[in-house]
Design a binder for this molecule. Structure first.
Ligand code: XCC
Ligand code: SF4
Length: 672
């Protein structure tokens, strides 16, 4: 959707902390992604995937009906090629992160990684046993070494089947084999996506998009799953923990260090180093009370779900954090880092520190990180930030933050439902089967300055909760809900449907479960698989009453995630504009690709990908899908009035009644 002209602060973000900072940005005459989005009208030709620039005979922009590129490429071919290239880039980003995690695990196993330990031996043994790696009578390091080798091999494997995908439901595996989309090797599928879209290669849109499925599967059931597994093994499998979110977590009297990006390897080490007495003393000598660490984007999620380190915000908060003037260093690694940070930071004392050998930004300080000397690097970064404290000028920190309880790994969900001796998904399946829980929605993905920050996320989340839909979240979406206080146990419960309320009360969970970062969307695949294996909800993921949504997506990674969820059988709804639509004025008829990724993919995989701008329509389609899947399973139709008469809910209702009425109910007579 085109945004023309300057929007009001309320139109730009639904977060009051963001609104305050946007006012400040204007006062200081500083641009942000919000204002730049207002100034930059998106290209409607490129935005709809109708521009091809893959060879020097173009770029070709197809704006008239029946028009082709110089080579004769049709609009459908061009849109399919653009889409698969995005999916390949997204898969590459996630998977390269997974690769680095595998290298780290290898180094840890061989005692070559300073500062790291294997924190979750149980998960290591579990995961390794999955692949037939011998675990009995072996040290964690020996097991980890074999697992690291197996995982590293997934990237360069040339033939056969990538191993983690064998964790999918049996029927799904069969389908992937039949349709020839089981990824052979992670890198191979990404390379082939690029090869196929070179000039003069694959030109059948359906054939191109079938490979998009295989490429995305290499991400979801490959690179990303590897990243999640190893993060848990090295840093601990998340369990509920108290945290906080929003800019109010920055502290005036402390050295504020914000870690931003994606890979937990460095941020975990910065967490460790920041608690080192020597570093705290160093900060005190610099005149601060200590070091205050917080995160942005998925790096935030990684340390929030494990150590409860506060999140300063989601994607669109990265510039706003610097605008407080209170950030000594913003330490970034890979993905979702705006180049604008460096120019913005020049207005303040903030140092932008790049750390990845893959990422440099002109004007930023570069302190390179490698897994062999992680602790030393982390200390050096912290000291650099502390040294910068004396340069701090006037600060403006919005006093807004919310508590949250994140950390719902699939292991923990399993445990909380059944206890450690009979951990199981049975109670969840039962709740869905009886209709206490209508279905499950995974609401994930980014912020996008083209739409009001957090609004679509939190609106869709809240409306679905009212409809007894259990919501799981990851990534920047989870932080959006956190900032609104939706990730708290009891706090949000009066706003959820009666059946879901009962379940949350009985199990003691918030109605929205924060499952981690974006690579951790693989946890959702695992949950869906375990629900299938538990029984009663069909024998494959496409039968489960569940929907995936990315209301404010912006990254290519989001497209990769959406596609692997479709390939796994899920119905996926993206908000915002469609990268494969025709132009708004419909000069060009170009529905073939949109149709193929919805109806076409649904016929093959049982899942479909749709782009829907209107949030109420997203909700309507979500509920319709859930109800259809319930009916297909022969489950009772959802009935809002059936459940929710248990104690707490009655009590809450009671408390809202006028005093007279309450007396009447207690004493059986009207008040005198
Ligand atoms: Fe990036 Fe993962 Fe999107 Fe947030 S949600 S803007 S990808 S940080 Ni993944
Ligand atoms: Fe144009 Fe074809 Fe080249 Fe694309 S591949 S830029 S459509 S000539």
């Amino acid at each position: 959707m085109a945004t023309k002209g300057k929007r009001s602060y309320e139109e730009r973000s639904s977060d009051p902390a963001a609104q305050q900072m946007l006012i400040r940005a204007d006062e200081l005459g500083i641009s942000t992604a919000f204002s730049r989005a207002d100034d930059m009208v998106p290209c409607n030709i490129g935005g709809a995937g109708m521009c091809c620039k893959i060879c020097g005979m173009g770029p070709c922009r197809l704006t008239k009906d029946g028009q082709t590129g110089v080579c004769g490429a049709t609009i459908d071919t061009i849109q399919a090629r653009n889409l698969i290239r995005s999916i390949a880039a997204g898969s590459a980003a996630h998977s390269d992160h997974g690769r680095d995690m595998a290298f780290t695990l290898k180094a840890v196993a061989n005692g070559q990684a300073e500062g790291y330990v294997i924190r979750d031996v149980a998960k290591l043994r579990n995961v390794a046993a999955n692949y037939g790696i011998q675990i009995e009578k072996r040290s964690p390091e020996e097991i980890a070494n074999d697992l690291a080798d197996l995982y590293i091999a997934q990237f360069g494997q040339q033939r056969g089947e990538i191993a983690p995908a064998k964790r999918a439901p049996a029927k799904r595996q069969q389908l992937w084999r039949e349709l020839g989309v089981w990824p052979r090797g992670i890198d191979r599928e990404v390379v082939e996506a690029l090869h196929r879209t070179h000039i003069g290669d694959d030109q059948d849109p359906a054939h191109i998009l079938n490979h998009a499925i295989r490429t995305a599967l290499a991400d979801g059931w490959g690179g990303s799953m590897i990243a999640t597994d190893i993060s848990d093994i090295l840093f601990g499998t998340p369990a509920p923990i108290l945290g906080q979110a929003n800019l109010g977590v920055l502290k005036n009297d402390m050295v504020n260090i914000v870690v931003h990006g994606h890979e937990p390897t460095l941020s975990q080490m910065i967490v460790a180093a920041s608690q080192d007495p020597e570093i705290i003393e160093y900060a005190r000598k610099a005149g601060a009370k200590g070091v205050n660490l917080s995160g942005i984007c998925c790096t935030a999620n990684e340390i929030l779900i494990r150590q409860g380190i506060p999140a300063a915000g989601n994607f669109l908060h990265q510039e706003l954090a610097i605008l407080t003037g209170a950030v000594e260093a913003m330490v970034v690694d890979v993905q979702c880092i705006m180049q604008a940070l460096v120019g913005l930071a020049e207005n303040f004392h903030t140092l932008v520190i790049t750390t990845s050998p893959k990422v440099r930004i002109k004007g930023a300080v570069h302190i390179e990180f490698d897994e062999h000397h992680a602790l030393t690097t982390a200390r050096q970064i912290l000291k650099t930030a502390i040294d910068n404290y004396k340069n701090r000028g006037k600060t403006y920190i919005p006093q807004i933050k919310e508590d949250l309880v994140p950390g719902f790994s699939h292991e923990y969900i399993n445990y909380m439902l059944g206890g450690s001796y009979r951990a199981s998904f049975r109670p969840l399946n039962d709740a869905i089967m009886t209709g206490r829980i209508r279905g499950v929605a995974a609401i994930v993905g980014c912020n996008n300055p083209r739409s009001k920050q957090d609004y679509l996320h939190t609106y869709v989340t809240q409306e679905l909760l009212k409809q007894d839909v259990l919501v799981v979240e990851t990534g920047c979406g989870a932080i959006a809900s956190a900032k609104l206080g939706l990730l708290l146990g009891e706090a949000g419960l009066e706003k959820v449907g009666p059946g879901l309320h009962e379940i949350c009360e009985t199990v003691g969970i918030p109605p929205v479960l924060h499952m981690g970062s974006c690579v951790d969307n693989t946890r959702i695949l695992t949950v869906l698989t375990q629900m299938v294996e538990e029984g009663g909800l069909g024998d494959d993921i496409d039968q489960v009453p569940a929907v995936g949504l990315a209301p404010e997506w912006m990254s290519e990674k989001a497209l990769a995630i959406g596609t692997y969820c479709v390939a796994s059988g899920a119905y996926v709804i993206f908000g915002g504009h469609s990268p494969v639509s025709g132009m708004a004025d419909r000069v060009v008829e170009s529905d073939a690709v949109s149709e193929y990724i919805s109806e076409g993919w649904e016929k093959l995989y049982g899942g479909r990908l749709e782009f829907v701008e209107d949030p109420d329509e997203m909700i309507r389609r979500t509920l319709a899908h859930i109800d259809k899947k319930r009916a297909n399973l022969g489950l009772p139709a959802y009935d809002a009035g059936r459940f929710g008469n248990s104690g707490d809910r009655r009590m809450l209702e009671f408390e809202t009644l006028p005093l007279e009425k309450r007396r009447e109910m207690i004493y059986g007579v009207a008040a005198d």
